[in-house]
Ligand binder design. Structure first.
Ligand SMILES: [Zn+2]
Length: 178
């Protein structure tokens, strides 16, 4: 897992912690080794958006986060309605949604391989999107319950911390054991 672009005000370290926390929730339970690269950008068209590309071994994704004037934001997608009060809630929701798509990679490629036309299996996208919103909402609820403690935890290391490389190695090692 590698953050290859980050234009947000949150440090790479903070985003790492956020992603690792999301992956470790029972509602997601995602092996971080299946994530190849992640991009985080400021967006200018909506509260948040994301996209994920999968391979047979995992996936990569990007996320765009709008400015604070776009929140609170209520999203109704594939029959799931979720309200995010501010940017950090939007970030948690959309990250958990895209991580769900990485988790779905095996199902997606199996469906493609077994669909004779080689086209997207009919109706599968809606099911995968709905699952993304449902899991994203569950992870968001867990975040809301423990928000201040989690933010403190994720901010442990300053963005210019010289020990960051050591910390990053420790996180990578821990992630491998998850
Ligand atoms: Zn999606």
């Amino acid at each position: 897992m590698n953050i290859i672009q980050n234009t947000l005000e949150f440090s790479d370290q903070f985003l790492w912690e956020l992603v690792l926390w999301c992956c470790g929730r029972d509602n997601l339970d995602l092996d971080t080794r299946t994530i190849t690269t992640i991009k985080f950008r400021n967006g200018h068209t909506r509260a948040y958006r994301g996209a994920c590309w999968t391979t047979k071994n995992g996936g990569r994704f990007y996320i765009e986060l709008g400015d604070s004037s776009r929140f609170p934001h209520t999203c109704t997608l594939h029959g799931v309605t979720t309200t995010t009060e501010d940017r950090i809630e939007g970030l948690v929701l959309v990250t958990a949604h895209e991580l769900t798509h990485v988790k779905q990679h095996k199902m997606w490629w199996h469906a493609r391989d077994t669909t004779p036309s080689g086209r997207n299996p009919r109706g599968l996208s809606q099911i995968l999107e709905r699952e993304g919103e449902l899991r994203g909402g569950l992870v968001l609820e867990l975040f809301k319950r423990n928000r201040e403690a989690l933010l403190t935890e994720w901010r442990r290391y300053g963005s210019n911390d010289p020990d960051w490389n050591i910390v990053q190695k420790k996180i990578l090692t821990a992630a491998k054991d998850m």
